[in-house]
Ligand binder design. Structure first.
Ligand SMILES: *Cc1c(COP(=O)(O)O)cnc(C)c1O
Length: 449
């Protein structure tokens, strides 16, 4: 048989060189996911393939809950649907005890059809439609109000339905991070949040149950949560004093960073992202300093999304071809692109070979299969010389990919879950042409070619 040709490549010998984070990186291969060989997965389900680990999700969920409870006893979780709303994924978190956190009518309906009661749904978001609000009021969902027009609308709908709406307001505040997400909710510092609560209470059509914030996403400064919690708890005390209302819960939203690494970040995410303990400590400190908390022990709600599911997601992809770029870098064309892993735009996703390789590393760019310049899975990194048909593993991809992915150029691939007992279950079939075109209509005069 003809031997595979591996091009020679001259590279400065830097063996043993250290930088301030340790030794020079070595590209380690990973040939299995939770003891299931990657070759078996591809043989059974095809490539590209998205794999989600049930054990990882449960482990991270329990770890976050346990860690938070070490700092504050009354904690509840709500699963952020938009982070990953595959039914199997949501149900893992619902089985663990999480409510549903939704930001649209579509997500609301998803939660309801999965058997989540209205009262176990937190309805967030800046653009809730009147229809959706009407259903949410009737079903006693917790509606987190974003702006004044929504407040007036809820009041009007509640009056029409002759019932009280169950609400909280979303508050934004300066927590020292930038950018400050002032576009969602009512501002704390300028008094808007307090005034809107006074307005809400004067209408008498709503039960103010809590306060909510979601300060941003991928927050690398855990201390920002301390300042956010301080602001909400101060507001809660003031409402108790001025209106005699004791709030049931303080919802700190989501935003904890996963272990991914942002493109503009030098330190790898596994070192740069705060631990659950650091976030829990920041929030716990604010709670434990508050008189309101000492007197009433409100529920602390977390809507953590990406930090629970990102690391549970893997993408297996196959090498379709290679080329040498004029820059001297090598390019690899994969069968999965940003259409399936859109988070490649924000993160330096980790690409790992799935077998050991001889030969030297060369800077390699990973492109997807799309005929679009935007389709870069990973900018250049030192990599061994992959061959046609080789598989690579792209991680972590569990958050925001199965929801933000694009129906663009290619069919979306199969998704499997590795269960806690090590079985594989298909949880979403690959698409077919029928899925893409079923809702189209061709006008009569355009039918005949
Ligand atoms: C997106 C979102 C979350 C989840 O955010 P993560 O950064 O994934 O933790 C939680 N709450 C609200 C209101 C959101 O919009």
């Amino acid at each position: 048989m003809k031997k595979t040709y591996i091009a020679p490549n001259i590279e400065r010998n830097s063996a043993g060189n250290m930088n301030k984070y340790g030794a020079k990186s070595v590209v380690r291969y990973q040939d299995r996911i939770e003891s299931i060989p990657i070759t078996d997965l591809v043989k059974e389900y095809g490539s590209p393939l998205i794999v989600l680990s049930e054990a990882q999700m449960r482990k991270r969920y329990r770890r976050l809950l346990d860690t938070m409870k070490m700092h504050y006893p009354q904690v509840e979780m709500a699963w952020s649907y938009k982070t990953n709303y595959l039914a199997a994924v949501c149900n893992v978190f619902h089985q663990e005890g999480a409510r549903a956190e939704v930001v649209s009518r579509m997500e609301y309906e998803m939660a309801r059809t999965r058997g989540i009661k209205g009262r176990d749904i937190i309805f967030n978001g800046p653009g809730k439609s009147p229809d959706a609000l009407r259903i949410a009021i009737e079903e006693e969902a917790l509606i987190h109000i974003d702006h004044l027009d929504e407040l007036y609308l809820i009041e009007k709908l509640a009056r029409e339905l002759d019932t009280k709406a169950q609400v909280a307001i979303r508050v934004n505040m300066d927590t020292g991070i930038s950018p400050q997400w002032t576009r969602f909710g009512f501002n704390y510092e300028n008094g808007e949040a307090y005034r809107s609560i006074q307005r809400l209470l004067s209408g008498k059509m709503m039960n103010l149950r809590g306060l909510h914030t979601h300060i941003g996403t991928f927050i690398l400064d855990a201390n920002a949560y301390y300042w956010a919690a301080k602001a909400l708890l101060e507001l809660a005390s003031r409402i108790e004093k001025d209106n005699g209302i004791v709030l049931e819960y303080i919802d700190m939203g989501g935003g904890f960073a996963s272990q991914n690494t942002l493109h503009n970040q030098y330190t790898p995410g596994e070192f740069a992202s705060p631990s659950f303990d650091q976030y829990a400590l920041a929030i716990g400190n604010a709670f434990n300093e508050s008189h309101f908390v000492t007197e009433h022990l409100p529920k602390l709600v977390l809507e953590t999304g990406r930090a629970l599911v990102d690391e549970a997601g893997y993408m297996i992809s196959t090498v379709l071809g290679k080329k040498n770029m004029p820059s001297g870098e090598r390019a690899v064309i994969l069968d999965a692109g940003v259409n399936t892993a859109i988070t490649a735009w924000w993160y330096k996703l980790k690409v790992s070979p799935t077998r050991s390789f001889p030969g030297a590393y060369q800077n390699t760019i990973f492109y997807g299969p799309l005929c679009m310049n935007i389709d870069v899975i990973r900018p250049a990194l030192p990599f061994p010389d992959l061959q046609f048909g080789d598989k690579v593993l792209i991680t972590p991809v569990g958050a925001y990919n199965n929801t933000q992915w694009m129906q663009f150029i290619e069919y979306r691939p199969q998704i499997v879950m590795i269960t806690e007992t090590g079985q594989t279950e298909l949880i979403r079939e690959a698409e077919s042409l029928q899925d893409i075109t079923a809702r189209e209509r061709i006008p009569e005069h355009l039918r005949k070619l």
